[in-house]
Design a binder for this molecule. Sequence first.
Ligand SMILES: NC(=O)c1ccc[n+]([C@@H]2O[C@H](COP(=O)([O-])OP(=O)(O)OC[C@H]3O[C@@H](n4cnc5c(N)ncnc54)[C@H](O)[C@@H]3O)[C@@H](O)[C@H]2O)c1
Length: 227
Amino acid sequence: IGAAIAGVLAADGAHVIGLDVPAARDALDATMRQLNGTALAFDIAAPEAPAQIAAALDELGVDIVVHNAGITKDKTIAKMTDAAWQSVIDINLSAQERIDDALLAGGILRDGGRIVAVSSISGIAGNPGQTNYATSKAGVIGRVESMAPRLSARGITINAVAPGFIETQMTAKIPLAIREAGRRMNSMSQGGQPADVAQTIAWLAQPGSAGVTGQVVRVCGQSLIGA
Ligand SMILES: NC(=O)c1ccc[n+]([C@@H]2O[C@H](COP(=O)([O-])OP(=O)(O)OC[C@H]3O[C@@H](n4cnc5c(N)ncnc54)[C@H](O)[C@@H]3O)[C@@H](O)[C@H]2O)c1
């Protein structure tokens, strides 16, 4: 999904700065090379990451921040370890907050800017075996609602996008029967594509979406899961 977002924003004329973990550096470099973008390799969960990201972006500033990085560590609540709970909340939710704090405090995200955070339909209705993930993604929705009024004086909007089942490496890991249910139980009877999510994010990143803030937009084809 991140590569699709980068592709759509670059096609819309943005200079894209793509971020991924150091272990994904080669793929990140290749994607950014294709888009004439810039690659940043950081683990967003590292305590020093927000300051390092802010330092890397300080000179040029940014107009659009997309929080897309996310992980799953699915287990029923009885089998969920503290570590699996904490790491999912930290990467999917708290890291976004820390990074925004650093970008906003330093004036790196310019006035009139855009923040778009990737949530999930799991964050709207929950999902069995995904208590940690659903909590983190519900937190993303709460975060954009609570931040929107605070950012409005600077003309910055903040919104969330909640994808349903999208065909990616993340959903390829889901057991077959559940995967097929996720694919088919929506009005379009198929899985979504990363480009579907990317196009919605690009709309929220445009100047013309200035009247939309604090919202969550579902990109799920009326999925019954998460309804
Ligand atoms: N695929 C779906 O059906 C679906 C549905 C709803 C929401 N989402 C959300 O969309 C986003 C993208 O998901 P995807 O399906 O492309 O998953 P993916 O696993 O293919 O990609 C996730 C990316 O995040 C990066 N990442 C993970 N931890 C990181 C960290 N600590 N620091 C920096 N980068 C890190 C990974 O390296 C990877 O490139 C996630 O937030 C996910 O929760 C996906």
